[in-house]
Ligand binder design. Structure first.
Ligand code: PHE
Length: 355
């Protein structure tokens, strides 16, 4: 058994995992030396076997343990070497080949924040899982109000018997109430975010994005609403020939209500925003209903204002020329590479918001 020391020496001398594995195979592998010793037990007479078996088993255990120790030591050394030599400077921009892109929806949200910040608006958020009070009732849609049926709502399972089910918010309008309660008046905010409706085709997905605009002050009029929308759309589409048309409409939370169309024209065979060849609807708006102001915890005799709600995905499609909304949420890397924005292309008004 002089083999034992040589084996242990070879284990200690192995200075790579590959070498160590070679030693292991030569000792414990199918035709390894220790395996051979174990096999030889079968042909020994009982007495010799009784004497040899414990030694051979002990040898096998000793070698197995030595290999495991050496393996751990080599792995630790390798990790330490990596830690010492591999450095990643997280403050450097990622190389183009490995960097992801900013989704057009995120880019448009950043553009909206930039444009509205310049008009003195802050950005507010609200939960996507909402109570029926905030999503409907406080917005002047009491239970059994027909308008609740206008939106194909996702209701969640009640968590306990008798609990009123939560809903996935069907619009960003509940943020009006939450913001009013939280900050009082005057208010000037936008609230971008995800909303959900049970609907799916080329222009509808069950989850989509809206931005809410909400202004409350002492003497806000429809004129302020129209000017704000015009200024916003001119900055967003980076054109001065944006024409708006307001059509009377109905929303329970605004009175009067108006749907807003924007003029389009043909440019190199593509329909673009600007000009007056035709009209397309881009948002819903109106003067905030007195009951909504009251549900914000404000006195409707003292405060008034306007609100609007606009589909963000639609804005992105119109500005950047995509035609199937569903592709927005497929997560196809080729689509993202094509339509995505470089992480460093932060929108600024001076650079043109979409820069
Ligand atoms: N919440 C409305 C919708 O989703 C849009 C809207 C917002 C209309 C604010 C008027 C005022 O359809």
């Amino acid at each position: 058994m002089s083999d034992a020391e040589t084996m242990l020496d070879r284990i200690a001398a192995a200075d790579s995992l590959g070498e160590l594995e070679a030693v292991r195979v030569s000792a414990l592998g199918k035709s390894g030396s220790i395996t051979a010793l174990l096999k030889s037990l079968g042909s020994m007479d009982a007495e010799t076997r009784a004497a040899e078996a414990p030694k051979i088993h002990a040898l096998r255990e000793q070698v197995t343990a030595a290999i495991a120790d050496r393996k751990a030591a080599l792995e630790t050394a390798e990790l330490e070497r990596k830690l010492a030599t591999e450095k990643l400077d997280l403050s450097l921009p990622a190389p183009e080949s490995v960097s992801g892109t900013i989704h057009p929806v995120s880019q448009v949200m950043d553009e909206l924040a930039e444009i509205f910040a310049d008009l003195g608006f802050s950005v507010a958020e609200g939960p996507e899982i909402e109570t029926q009070w905030y999503n409907f009732t406080a917005l002047n849609m009491p239970e059994n109000h027909p308008a609740r049926a206008m939106q194909d709502t996702f209701y969640l399972e009640p968590r306990s018997a008798g609990e009123e089910p939560y809903v996935l918010r069907t619009h960003t309008s509940p943020v009006q109430i939450r913001a009013g309660e939280a900050q009082g008046a005057p208010i000037r905010l936008i609230a971008p975010g995800r909303v959900y409706r049970s609907d799916s085709d080329a222009t509808h997905t069950p989850m989509f994005h809206q931005v809410e605009g909400f202004v409350i002050d002492k003497s806000i009029t429809l004129g302020h609403l129209k000017w704000t929308l015009e200024t916003f759309l001119k900055a967003f589409f980076e054109r001065d020939d944006i024409v708006l048309r307001m059509r009377p409409s109905y929303f329970p939370f605004t009175e009067p209500s108006a749907e807003v169309d924007v003029g389009w024209s043909m440019d190199k065979g593509r329909r673009v925003v600007g000009g007056e060849q035709g009209w397309m609807e881009v948002l819903g708006s109106g003067m905030v209903h007195p009951s909504v102001i009251a549900n914000c915890g404000l006195d409707p005799d003292e405060w008034q204002g306007f609100a609007f709600g606009c589909g963000i995905d639609r804005l992105a499609m119109l500005k950047y020329g995509m035609d199937d909304l569903r592709a927005f949420f497929d997560g196809d890397i080729r689509w993202l590479k094509h339509y995505g924005f470089r992480a460093l292309d932060v929108p600024t008004l001076s650079g043109g918001v979409g820069a």
